[in-house]
Design a binder for this molecule. Sequence first.
Ligand code: UD1
Ligand code: UDP
Length: 370
Amino acid sequence: MKKIKVLTVFGTRPEAIKMAPVVMELNKYPDIFESIVCVTAQHRQMLDQVLELFNIKPDFDLNVMKPDQDLWHLTSEVLLQMKDVFEKINPHIVLVHGDTTTTLAASLSAFYAKIPVGHVEAGLRTFNKYYPFPEEINRVVADAVSTFYFAPTQRSVDNLNNSGIKDNIFLTGNTVIDALLYTVENHKVDLSALNLEKNLKTILLTSHRRENFGKPLEDICTAVRMLVEKNSDIQVVYPVHLNPNVRKTVFEMLEGISRVKLIDPLDYAPFASLIKDSHIILTDSGGIQEEAPSLGKPVLVLRDETERPEAIDYGTVRLVGSNTEKIVNTVQELLDSEENYKKMASAVNPYGDGFAAKRIIEAIRNNIVI
Ligand code: UD1
Ligand code: UDP
């Protein structure tokens, strides 16, 4: 029997985490699918951490990452290198994920080669083209050139419909929940190496978005300093993204501050454990907004807009932006009021049930004509 040739392309840490369940699912059916993995390595170290955890050995590694890379070089490099991969493989479908430069360039490259694109995590929108930048336009373009849409929530289905896309939309849930449940189940982690104080409440912080570079990130760091000064019973842990634009500000402003722990990005399994052990999450990350609510942790989002409003509707996520006073006041409110904390800490899972990858594979199997 002829097999369906699926080329899965990803390049950054979050894409790898969210595509790993899809690759693992494809690998379960070697009689039906020929699964080929291409990493652009838009991220290097942070990607490799995930490949190792999920035991994924890419067939192609474009190794494009440069220190402090810019969008022009990155986009053109991926666009061009993907052409060669498509010529070698000639897949029946190319799977891309989300909204990164890898997503934009790989999907556009596949469109030029007239190969159908399947967009995993399709349909997310803020409807503000500069926020997040450049991700909002990356996902709009990826959706525009795609043929198959794997939408994580009903709201993302509605967004696609409202933009005129009506066919081949599959409501699948988000594969991040598949990845999270798999990891929590299969990788027990000992966090003792982090030397966290057991009797302090942990606030987990991550921030890496381009919109927050400079003054907003400084304001976030100032909020952290004020919070640890005011509250002797908290500690802040910040796994600092490897982007030099982030590291410079964060280390200048927070290094050496008592009860603030700056650490390197954690492997996914310890990071998931750290979410579980934390009291409150402060983040501008997309993925963490989806993961933390399903582990029953309140999330304060360090952004003014989000393409993930579902958990806000459930009351477990709140937008606080990068305003120092707003961050300090909102965290303080959660530290002081057990009732308000409990309201936010209810475990809800608007993003998936752990079977998203299964639904994606099923949809490909039923809809690709070879
Ligand atoms: C990228 C994505 C963003 C996503 C984020 C996830 C784009 C435009 N941005 O942003 O949507 O939320 O990844 O983390 O696609 N670096 C390393 N090692 C690594 C990773 C990064 O040294 O493993 C450094 C390099 O100097 C690199 C820089 O970080 O040039 C920026 O990486 P890049 O992928 O361009 O941007 P991110 O801010 O990571
Ligand atoms: N993550 C991780 N180690 C860390 C910080 C985050 O494994 O030190 C995971 C996190 O659980 C989530 C993903 O990385 O699944 C989010 O990546 P990131 O915040 O870089 O990107 P975004 O989701 O904003 O695109």
